[in-house]
Design a protein around this ligand. Structure first.
Ligand SMILES: [Zn+2]
Ligand SMILES: [Zn+2]
Length: 439
């Protein structure tokens, strides 16, 4: 494979190799035991491939059929046709399968693939019985053999690479049912999103009344909210990559009524069943931003791997917020000085009442790094700028949430306060979080 020759039709090199092999095969000397084994296999009409793969570690050769050929020659017998072979019943004659696979892959963009297969049970059992009977200790089993052969042929035919870890496409040949399954693996994109409009949830929310089926309440959309950050970003991506659906993985989320400003929040978009895998991401970013204009904007769109999701979920981000607070009474600027006690302080937060229906009722220590304020001369409202540790509930830090957050802005000021607007200003990756090794 080092010829650097992309022309896969001509294969002069293989021919010379085969010629060399012929010469060498005259030199092959079989031990008595090996002779017995080979004779048994040949009596069962083993084809070259099936004969050769039983001697994968004992007879030198670049392929099983070459090994088989050598052995047959050493025994001065003719090899059997795969169609007669009782070990593979002709399955190793893979031309039709390869053509079928190639045809099924038409219109799908991919660079790497992996072949798997389902093999008739009776053949597997026959093979295993033979191993015990004649004492074959290391062989390439039929299934593995077929996977490798199909993989090799596809690779040559389509000029694509086999990838055992993260293939773009999984090909599963079912030799039992004569069926073929092509599984296109998802494509992952990552970026930061900025949310410029309130009232948009991060992800698609199924309608509460019909659970997504579509009803009168949701006007048949099956959705609780008209759109979401997820949908606004995914629409153009699905189109671009010919993908079917998506999953959205955010590094945490803000409330539906909160904005996400400045550099935005990291996320991974998983596109499922994409027919295309490559595009100009800069152009796509522009398309997304013009489509979602006024609601959502993304920055730094890049492709990534699945492990990025885990990275995002594990990472703890400190956040800074702007909260517009409304107090039950007029509040003096001097009174707000009391809030300085929050800076560099610990608070205890019990799971907010508003999320108790979906989160466990727990008490958690949170940390407020800083709290600053801005206030017009008169009025009941003021702005708070808070930087706090990951997962701090800011609305509850303001209201107190029936004293489930302690201390809280209301208790410190001695007046009931409410957060009427919340913006996430910044998401700050914590340096103390152990970084997984880079890819
Ligand atoms: Zn065979
Ligand atoms: Zn509904």
């Amino acid at each position: 494979m080092t010829t650097g020759n992309s022309d896969s039709v001509k294969k002069p090199k293989t021919k010379t190799k085969a010629e060399k092999t012929l010469k060498k095969s005259r030199d092959l000397v079989l031990s008595k035991k090996m002779k017995e084994k080979a004779k048994f296999l040949l009596k069962e009409k083993a084809c070259n491939e099936c004969l050769g793969r039983q001697f994968i570690n004992t007879v030198k050769g670049t392929s099983n059929s070459e090994r088989g050929n050598k052995i047959a020659k050493a025994l001065k017998v003719k090899a059997n046709e795969p169609s007669e072979c009782r070990f593979c019943k002709g399955l190793t004659n893979l031309k039709t399968i390869t053509d079928w696979v190639a045809e099924s892959l038409e219109g799908i963009e991919f660079d790497t693939f992996l072949v798997g297969s389902r093999v008739p049970k009776d053949l597997v059992e026959k093979e295993e019985a033979m191993w015990t009977e004649i004492g074959i200790e290391s062989s390439e089993p039929l299934k593995q053999n077929l996977n490798r052969l199909v993989g090799k042929q596809i690779s040559e035919k389509l000029d694509k690479e086999v990838d055992f870890d993260l293939p773009d496409v999984n090909i599963i040949v079912d030799f039992t049912e004569q069926d073929l399954e092509i599984k296109i693996n998802p494509l992952f994109l990552c970026a930061n999103y900025i949310k410029l409009k309130r009232g948009i949830p991060q992800t698609k929310w199924p309608c509460r009344a019909c659970r997504g089926k579509g009803c009168e309440k949701c006007k048949g959309t099956g959705k609780q909210y008209e759109t979401s950050v997820e949908e606004l970003i995914a629409a153009k991506c699905l189109e671009e990559f010919g993908a079917e659906t998506q999953s959205f993985h955010g590094a945490g989320r803000e409330d539906i009524d909160a904005l996400m400003l400045n550099d935005g929040r990291p996320f991974v978009l998983e596109l499922k069943n994409p027919k295309k895998r490559k595009t100009d991401l800069k152009k796509l970013e522009k398309k997304i931003n013009s489509f979602a204009k006024g609601s959502v904007e993304i920055k730094n769109l890049e492709s990534c791997g699945r492990k990025k999701i885990r990275e995002l979920k594990l990472a703890k981000f400190d956040k800074s917020y702007r909260a517009l607070v409304e107090c039950e009474r007029e509040i003096k600027k001097s009174e707000l000085e009391k809030l300085s006690e929050f800076t560099e302080s610990e608070i205890i937060q019990q799971t907010p009442l508003r999320v108790l229906h979906r989160r466990a009722n727990l008490s958690r220590k949170k940390y407020v790094y800083s709290m600053e304020w801005k206030k017009p001369k008169r009025g009941k409202t003021f702005e708070l700028f808070v930087r706090a540790s990951a997962g701090t509930y800011i609305k509850e830090l303001v209201s107190g949430d029936e004293e489930r957050t302690k201390p809280n802005v209301s208790s410190v000021l001695g007046a009931k306060c409410k957060c009427v607007e919340l913006d996430v200003l910044e998401i700050i990756p914590k340096k103390t979080v152990a970084r997984r090794k880079k890819k």
